[in-house]
Design a protein around this ligand. Structure first.
Ligand SMILES: Nc1nc2c(c(=O)[nH]1)N[C@H]1C(S)=C(S)[C@@H](COP(=O)(O)OP(=O)(O)OC[C@H]3O[C@@H](n4cnc5c(=O)[nH]c(N)nc54)[C@H](O)[C@@H]3O)O[C@H]1N2
Ligand SMILES: Nc1nc2c(c(=O)[nH]1)N[C@H]1C(S)=C(S)[C@@H](COP(=O)(O)OP(=O)(O)OC[C@H]3O[C@@H](n4cnc5c(=O)[nH]c(N)nc54)[C@H](O)[C@@H]3O)O[C@H]1N2
Ligand code: SF4
Ligand SMILES: [Mo]
Length: 653
């Protein structure tokens, strides 16, 4: 039997997949050949997904902690005992501290609308209890907010239109590792390819040209390129007059960013900036692919805001194959409010920021956080300021419940662990953020042991708490129907995917001057905000690993073997200045913390920059990973994370 499903992982490609089931067991998994973006291929990680599903390490039963927090020592308990204990603890906490002392902390382990981050499963129950809301700031929010200021949407181009582009700028993005299905459209275009990245990635190596600016200086670079375009008179006066607001003011701002000044800010040769500006001036359509990496900086939101303006100056927004693609999420008009049911709240509640977990646990203002539900997240591995996160999770008076598939670094701090179903075992609906398709995930097999889906876990807990609100007991299929109002669910289910219609970009007039940005306390004009982490040392970028998906697969033996040891790439000049040679054991540190790595000396990174990857497990890496060095600091817009705005020192161990 073949069953159509969807990859749930936090990846733009949201692949449609086909599970082969024999005698109730999933024996094969491949990409759906019919899906125009998946085209039959998954990726190096998800090709091993069934290994994960059948792994002997998988959590199969509810467990209660028996050793100290962090020890990872647990005993098996029944679901009845687990639910009783959770219900008793929650009731006590609500009585003493109020509902807001509960934090449902959702991660990106699944981006499903029914079981994952997009739908916040359990939110209806938590609303009824008056729990704090969760703001997912860990990934893309700064860029989304910045683009919204400019475009009135973060939607952007249909990535399939990259096949029509003549010049493609891959700006702070490494699609060959972090979402490779776009590459087919890029190749089909035959366009001139430019990579803008402080690191020479797999993607940069396949481009015609690679520029390596200093991290966090992209907004200045974009303004400098526009300076060249405008001085050549190549701006599209007709598009500007008809579709934009604030051109005279923006034009003055652009004039401040001369190639000479921008060369000093970005560390790029002036003639390379001028040459790329000239190329943009004469090439229509020009498409920009920018993704989340380049906005993990103090000025990340502003950087995307400026990038959204660029095709507004050249008129590319009006040409198929021109414009910018960041995330297509803004185009999906799904009724997620109907899923969340915030109308069930007894009173307004506070919102807690995902990336300020350490702070919230250690020094919360207002009601303390007394109960933490970690749902498809691994904050010890993925959050900034690992040491403080661990200190917070170690609090004896904190009641922590973790729902997961594996015994992660975070599971080690749980009071109660609940085993969750994996994608072939539950129903879900996905929406790509790198394409315009809804993707259906039909359950294919039974879950092992006593694993339950997240929705079913919260239905059972609601019952245990004696809650009578009928909305808490809707089935997964009922939830999918509520979400997909206006789309043809039955067709989606039969075909496995359904292309949606993109909304207009820009939505209304493009705002060079943004009243909304001004009202939020920002510069009304696009500008440049420099990096925040100052001082000496190297700027450490910890980008996506080719072999892991965030911390997922971080315990898969074969992928760990292929990824090799935890490494840090140093430019030969920076290595020599520290007496470090290729292969040396080093310690990477700053005031926040440190982690061990092996030095790789290579000019793949520019001087002043060091490179590593995210996704490693602390318990396999001497107890700390790169996130021990990252600050719990907000980016400019939306309170986003600043993983790549991080200065470190590197020394021999
Ligand atoms: N294999 C794999 N795929 C993944 C993931 C994974 O962990 N592994 N993660 C998934 C997730 S959660 C996300 S959000 C996406 C993220 O995918 P990307 O958006 O690609 O994010 P990053 O890998 O953080 O960064 C991309 C590139 O930006 C560069 N960069 C960093 N700072 C700057 C800067 O200031 N300016 C410029 N121009 N470039 C900069 C980095 O060197 C890196 O090569 O990928 C998803 N896909
Ligand atoms: N240094 C550095 N750190 C980073 C980044 C970076 O660029 N650099 N990138 C950041 C980004 S972009 C992101 S999105 C975050 C991700 O951070 P998190 O959201 O914490 O994601 P993961 O670390 O992948 O942890 C997800 C967990 O969910 C579990 N899981 C998967 N599916 C399910 C499910 O259906 N149910 C349940 N209950 N559990 C499930 C997995 O087993 C895994 O343990 O990491 C961030 N961390
Ligand atoms: S991780 Fe991305 S590329 Fe790999 S199967 Fe999932 S959606 Fe496709
Ligand atoms: Mo992400």
């Amino acid at each position: 039997m073949k069953v159509l499903g969807a990859c749930p992982l936090d990846c733009p490609d949201a692949c449609s997949w086909v599970v082969t089931v024999e005698d109730g067991v999933a024996t094969g998994l491949r990409g759906n050949k019919e899906h125009p973006v998946t085209r039959g291929a998954l990726c190096v990680k998800v090709n091993r997904f069934l290994e994960q599903v059948g792994s002997p390490d998988r959590l199969r039963y509810p467990m209660r902690r028996v050793g100290p927090k962090g020890s990872g020592r647990f005993e098996r308990i029944s679901w009845d005992d687990a639910l009783d204990e959770i219900a008793t603890r929650l009731t006590g906490i609500i009585d003493e501290f109020g509902g807001e002392a509960i934090w449902p902390f959702h991660g990106t382990g699944s981006l499903g609308y029914i079981q994952g981050m997009e739908g916040f499963p359990g939110r209806r129950m938590f609303n009824l209890l008056g729990a704090s809301h969760h703001r997912p700031t860990i990934c893309s929010v700064a860029g989304t907010t910045g683009l919204n200021y400019t475009l009135g949407t973060a939607g952007g181009m249909d990535p399939e239109d990259f096949a029509k582009s003549k010049l493609i700028i891959l700006w702070g993005t490494n699609p060959l590792s972090s979402g490779h299905h776009l590459w087919k459209f890029i190749q089909d275009s035959g366009a001139y390819l430019v990579s803008i990245d402080p690191v020479r990635t797999k993607t940069s190596e396949r481009c015609d040209e690679h520029l390596a600016p200093l991290p966090g200086t992209d907004a200045a670079l974009a303004l400098g390129l526009l300076n060249v375009v405008v001085s050549l008179g190549a701006h599209d006066t007709e598009f500007i007059a008809e579709h934009t607001v604030g051109w005279p003011e923006f034009r003055d701002r652009i004039k401040e960013f001369t190639p000479e000044r921008v060369a000093a800010i970005t560390g790029l040769p002036e003639e390379r900036i001028v040459a790329l500006g000239e190329r943009i001036a004469r090439t229509r359509p020009t498409a920009i692919r920018a993704s989340q990496g380049m906005q993990r900086h103090a000025g990340g939101g502003m950087a995307l805001r400026v990038l959204g303006c660029l095709p507004g100056v050249t008129g590319d927004w009006a040409i198929p194959g021109g414009g910018l693609h960041y995330s297509t999420s803004g185009h999906f008009r799904l009724d997620d409010a109907a899923l969340r049911r915030d109308d069930l709240l007894p009173h307004p509640v506070r919102t807690l920021s995902m990336t300020r977990l350490g702070e919230a646990l250690l020094e919360a203002e207002g009601p303390p956080v007394k109960a933490l539900f970690v749902i498809a997240a691994n904050p010890v591995g993925s959050n900034p300021d690992q040491r403080r996160v661990i200190d917070g999770l170690s609090r004896e008076d904190l009641f922590t419940v973790v729902l997961d598939h594996f015994g992660t670094d975070t599971v080690d701090y749980a009071d109660i662990v609940l085993p969750a179903t994996m994608q072939p075992e539950h129903l879900d609906v996905l929406a790509g953020y790198g394409h315009l398709y809804l993707v259906w995930n039909e359950p294919a097999v039974e879950a092992p042991g006593e694993c339950l889906s997240t929705t079913e876990t919260f239905r059972r807990l609601s019952r245990r708490l004696g809650l009578t609100e009928p909305a808490l007991y809707d089935s997964d299929e009922e939830l999918a129907r509520q979400l997909l109002k206006g789309y043809d669910l039955d067709r989606l289910r039969a075909d496995g995917f359904l292309k949606i219609q993109a909304g207009p970009v820009p939505a209304g007039k493009l705002q060079f001057v943004s009243a909304r940005a001004e009202a939020a306390g920002h510069d009304p004009l696009p500008s440049y905000i420099p990096p925040a982490d100052s001082g000496d040392g190297l700027v450490l970028i910890s980008a996506a690993s080719h072999y892991f998906l965030n911390t997922i697969f971080g315990s898969n033996p074969e992928l760990r073997r292929r990824a090799g040891e935890s490494s840090i790439t140093l430019h030969p000049d920076d290595a020599a200045a520290r007496g470090i040679a290729d292969g040396d054991a080093v310690v990477v540190s700053n005031a926040r913390g440190s982690f061990d790595a092996v030095a790789e000396v290579s000019d793949r990174v520019r001087p002043g920059v060091a490179g590593t990857t995210k996704g490693r497990w602390a318990k396999f890496n001497g107890g700390a990973t790169v996130n021990a060095t990252v600050a719990e600091r907000d980016s400019d817009f939306g309170g986003g994370a600043v993983f790549h705005d991080n200065r470190v020192e590197v020394a021999l161990r």
